[in-house]
Each structure stands twice: as structure tokens, then as C-alpha cells.
Design a protein around this ligand. Sequence first.
Ligand SMILES: [Zn+2]
Length: 106
Amino acid sequence: MNGRLEPVVKRQILFVVASLAISLTLSYFFGFIVGLVANMVVLIGAMIYIRYRQQKALKTFGFSDEKVGSYSSGATKLKYVCLACGAEVKSVACKSCGSRMKKPVF
Ligand SMILES: [Zn+2]
């Protein structure tokens, strides 16, 4: 697992270094204020990029966004209760009244 994560981490470090080099070059050519703004834009872009890469990397290991976000949704068994009659719903629609309206019970 670690062997597969490594290239992603390496690419992230490379990306941060590259973005810093770009921002330094920009501030050199366009002055401090423009460079500072460009710096922030590049850094925010880098953070979004890294988040995206991490999510993609996690997905390759079989984790969904849901499981990464909260442990409870994956660990606890979700029960559904019909909104119309209050009966437990195990399939898409309620067996007693046929209603598709249901709410999860934890
Ligand atoms: Zn029902």
C-alpha cells in the first residue's frame, strides 16, 4: 500500500516546489503586490490540486468520499423508517404502504 502511495507524495512535493518557483518568478517580473496575489492563487491552486490527488489516491484503494468524510456512515448499519406509516423499510419502497419516502435511523 505504501509503495503505491509514494509516487503520489513525490508528485505533491514536486508540485509545491514548482508552484513556489513559479510564484517567485512572477513576483520577480511583476513586482511584489502582483507576485503576492499570484503566490496566493498558486498556493490555493496547489492545495486544491493536492486534495484532489489525495481523494483520487484514496479512491484507488477502495475508499469512497463518504467513508473518508465520516467513519460512522460506513461502520454503523443504516436503518430506514417509512415516513408515511413508520414501518421499517429494507428495500427501496415501504412494504406496508408502498411509499418511497424514508428516513435513516441511527
Ligand atoms: Zn409505509
